[in-house]
Design a protein. Structure first.
Length: 77
């Protein structure tokens, strides 16, 4: 494993596309999967914090999630 300086994958979510429409479903599945991993010993209990990121994203309205992704995807050159 290594942290690379440049991104290897660029992902775009465009309104009206299946990925954008099912974003909330994907986030809910991510929360369930991460919580199960913590509950089944896949992570130490203190790692339950890994559930926080998708939960925070779910708390945002979809329009704000898209806006946040737009600003995150802009890389300083």
């Amino acid at each position: 494993m290594a942290n690379l300086a440049e991104p290897l994958v660029a992902r775009r979510l465009v309104a009206g596309r299946v990925t954008a429409e099912r974003d909330s479903d994907r986030l809910r599945a991510e929360v369930r999967t991460r919580w199960r991993a913590v509950g089944h010993g896949g992570y130490p209990l203190w790692c339950a914090i890994v559930v926080a990121r998708p939960l925070c994203a779910l708390a945002l309205p979809p329009a704000l999630r898209r806006l946040r992704r737009t600003f995150r995807s802009v890389s300083p050159e």
